[in-house]
Write a protein that binds this ligand. Sequence first.
Ligand code: CGF
Length: 837
Amino acid sequence: GLGEHRAKAERMYSLMDGFLKNDPISLQKDILHHVEYTVARSRFSFDDFEAYQALAHTVRDRLIERWHDTHIYFKRTKPKRLYFLSLEFLMGRSLSNSVINLGIEDQCAEALNQLGFEFEVVAEQEGDAALGNGGLARLSACQMDSLATLDYPAWGYGLRYEYGLFRQIIVDGFQHEKPDYWLNFGNPWEIERIHVTYEVKFYGTVEEVEMNGEKQKVWIPGETVEAVAYDNPIPGYGTRNTINLRLWAAKPSSKFDLEAYNTGDYINSVVNRQKAETISNVLYPDDRSHQGKELRLKQQYFFVSASLQDIMRRFKEEHTNFDELPEKVALHLNDTHPSLSIAEVMRMLVDEEHLGWHKAWDIVCKIFSFTTHTMVTDGEKIPVDLLESLLPRHLEILYEINFNFMEELKKRIGLDYSRLALLSIVEEGAMKNIRMANLAIVCSHTVNGVSKLHLEKLKTKTFKEFYGLYPEKFQCKTNGVTQRRWIVVSNPGLRDLISKWLGTEAWIRDADLLSGLRDHLDNADFHLEWKMVKKVNKMRLAEYIEAMSGVKVSLDAMFDVQVKRIHEYKRQLLNIFGIIHRYNCLKNMDKDSRRKVVPRVCIIGGKAAPGYEIAKKIIKLCHAVAEKINNDTDIGDLLKVVFIPDYNVSVAELVIPGADLSQHLSTAGNEASGTGNMKFLMNGCLLLATADGSTVEIIEEIGEDNLFLFGAKVHEVEKRRQKRLSNLAPLQPAKIPLHFARVLRMVRDGYFGHKDYFKSLCETVEFGFGNDYYLLTSDFGSYLEAQAAADKAFVNQDKWTRMSILSVAGSGRFSSDRTIQDYAESTWKINPCRCPL
Ligand code: CGF
């Protein structure tokens, strides 16, 4: 009975001696305990890394307490839960974030100090968890932080790749990829759940059997793999709530493959079993190159199947009637990658729970929501023949979904075959495909874009036909980033300054309060302290640059940063061409004019997908230009170019706070949202940007005067492309701006060496070849004007500081807390569920 349970709980509690304590002495005791018994080093002699391990375990213990309490509380109150399904999470480091969210940073620092260690040094021992590629993956991590902080009853699900995103090594200016075996030194932040395992099946055949007088489809799978859960507690800030990110790893099934063993093929059967593990081995290092690959499809289904078995098990523990599913479960598809979930839920409800197709379909249409992250029209597709062999039953289900959808459509729009073909989930043709986006849209109750501009494009272009059918499904959820990671963890100086001048730390949970900084806009003391914080961050960055590249940079220079994945549409090439132009100008200047020049440190960083040749050439060009300019003694500190290798979350935490200016140069209409711009904004760094993605909304918040805007607007881009094509033949040099032509010629003619290697890169912007699809030629003039405006503003440090303050003050809307609250209220319909203290 309840009384017995309570008595047992009370006895346990008394044995436990209460919860773990957070005063520095208790923390020291726990750290030493973990040094001795977990890390198995002597408490009288351990180094920084071992101190990190011991502290991480000390913090983890505290996380686990809260995580247990949160789950017990959720179990007891049975709220509607959100399940956030994403194949990528870029968590970065966990230590600093955890101690901040637990509110024990000062105590940990003191505890370490008394043991003879420094918190910053210890925290730097941690490697990054890089289980994702870029924006989408880091967004998932920020959103988990917000879900926990806002007390939402949510679970994240993902894959525990053994090799995360490759490490970028630069040799002679060329990118090389090295595997990121991030688990090499153990991962104190995860909890292996050896008893939480599910069988995931592949291949085989579908048979029809009679059941209760009715025909029923049964899938007889041919291969079984086991999914093992690894749980990662995600603590909220200012709350006891600590939610779970459950990542799956593939293991050979414990089921004995009797036949193979009996035929005597022992060695091969063991080898084949081991192959199972490859499913979760490696992250695909690109959002697109994996299309049509069997291993990728296996990864997706492995992830979907394990997660849904887990979710359904939990639902069935608490409820008996599937009619309740939509009131208790929200399933979110983070991009199309987990869309197979739709077919899998149908299979579970129809084949396993025998619910009947229509009832199952009705439920499915009420539980899924979908966010697309791309501007690309030609989305993810799965070849039908691949599905047929790997997941034969799912293919049948997909066909049936599509058949019903087409029938419904015919009633609505008649026999308009070209429209039907566009809307169909199955793409007909020589190679039949399943269109994952169409599937997700048909079955989800909401389809979310990640900025206003993105939503507009979805409605008018990418999914125009669908918008015509289901206008009510389409919503905008502009992305956001968490101020806990992107100010509190990465910029402690700014955190203290903001709290001091706002007189509160409440902005860490309510970023709208940052607008209060405007009250001090003209306060001279505030300006002084603001500049000081930036200077300290620049010093930290300068030291890092020198250590990485040997280049010494002046703190008086403007630190101008472009860090993100390398991609043609993000136009790092425009930046490099701008740098070459600046170099040309400097070379032609007399001494007097040079004295007026604002010195620049141009910092570029980012990874190119391993198979993306042009992106790799951009990296090489950056190095070649850096080599020339940095070694030109005539130029000195007036211009330095630095490439930061292996850009990742923890490098971002160092680079972003130290930047004066940051560049976001995507050709308008190509960046769905962009989230880097928000991180720089929060750190008081001015933006030099096109009116693309979420930058348009940043302009709404801070006004055009507080950033440097340039380039064609979205509505102009198409016209310019058309115009450019009509000018194509014969090539008209007069149409190419002189500065641009000169810079291009320098690269093409080998001024920076490697003439042959850069030929194809140059051709991307040349007429008659790549035709400059991303419009570098036509945006170059206004880009240089924006750069000149930035130089001019930097000279007036008062003005610059005002702009910088206004940037932070206007960044509240770009907190992921706002995004998540919006999703929770208008899409997932979930309520906060705060675990009592
Ligand atoms: O998602 C992106 C990013 N590359 O990961 N796309 N995907 N897939 C978009 O390109 C960004 O514009 C967007 O900010 C990000 C998160 O939504």
